[in-house]
Design a protein around this ligand. Structure first.
Ligand code: ZN
Length: 262
């Protein structure tokens, strides 16, 4: 009996979440109004460096992201001004539930429900109710040399974004933030399974370029700037990234078979 009640409760939560995210999906990608994005900075490794960094963060530190997005959607012939409006929440002490590394579907589903519940509990930010919530997990680069994978969830419009707590990394941090943000709107990854090379053609910003190299930009969901068929590098800032055609379709900027002006 208790088992049946638990299953019924779980199904109820799933149905509620499904309806809420369906409504949010419809609204999020019509590109008629600004999306409210709230950023929740978290010192993730307990270091003094991360703590100090997070305490000094200001909304202005993230402004290159909405400016970039506005330019990109204008390139796809959408004149919406300020497509995202950013709110910076006060730093959070609580740590979100860890992403299950074993990749088991049930564990991932449970984790995503747990994360949504966690996000709801820790959502004390002032301002309008966010359409997208990004939890920014800052790490001291002296202690962590390689960041684990960030996650952006379309269902629930949540992201866990792993970043370096250093001014030198702040422009590269915005590239990761923009990538995870676009996942929350339904964009898919466009790189090889090892993550080291963008997939051709969709992971290339300018797949039709002749000659193909040097590419001038990275496609934001391809993640890296291709140098030749086998090697690529991390973009230094959003100025080196574009939204490619397939990503633009996935997030509702263009219909199928439409191409933007360059
Ligand atoms: Zn990704």
């Amino acid at each position: 009996m208790i088992r049946k009640i638990r299953i019924a409760i779980l199904l109820f939560i799933l149905a509620t979440v499904a309806i809420a995210s369906w409504k949010a999906d419809k609204a999020a990608t019509d590109w008629n109004d600004s999306l409210h994005v709230t950023l929740y900075p978290i010192p993730a490794d307990g270091s003094e460096t991360s703590r100090h960094y997070v305490e000094r963060l200001q909304k202005e530190d993230f402004q290159d992201f909405p400016i970039w997005l506005e330019e990109e959607i204008r390139r796809y012939n959408n004149p919406l001004l300020r497509p995202v409006s950013i709110q910076l929440a006060p730093p959070l002490e609580a740590q979100p539930p860890e992403f299950p590394s074993d990749g088991n579907m049930l564990a991932t589903l449970w984790w995503s429900l747990h994360l949504r519940y966690w996000a709801w509990r820790h959502d004390a930010a002032p301002g309008p109710r966010p359409d997208v919530r990004l939890f920014l997990l800052y790490h001291d680069p002296q202690q962590t040399s390689v960041l684990e994978h960030s996650v952006g969830l379309d269902k629930g419009k949540l992201g866990l974004v792993k970043l370096f707590a250093s001014r030198a990394d702040s422009a590269r941090n915005l590239v990761i933030l923009a990538h995870e943000f676009l996942h929350t709107l339904g964009a898919s990854d466009k790189y090889a399974p090892d993550g080291l090379h963008p997939r051709f053609p969709d992971g290339y910003a300018e797949p039709a370029l002749e000659p193909r190299y040097p590419q001038r930009f990275a496609e934001i969901m391809g993640g890296r700037l291709p140098l030749n068929d086998a090697s690529s590098r991390i973009p230094e800032s959003l100025n080196e990234t574009l939204i490619g055609d397939l990503t633009a379709q996935e997030i509702g900027l263009i219909g199928l078979n439409k191409h933007p002006k360059r």
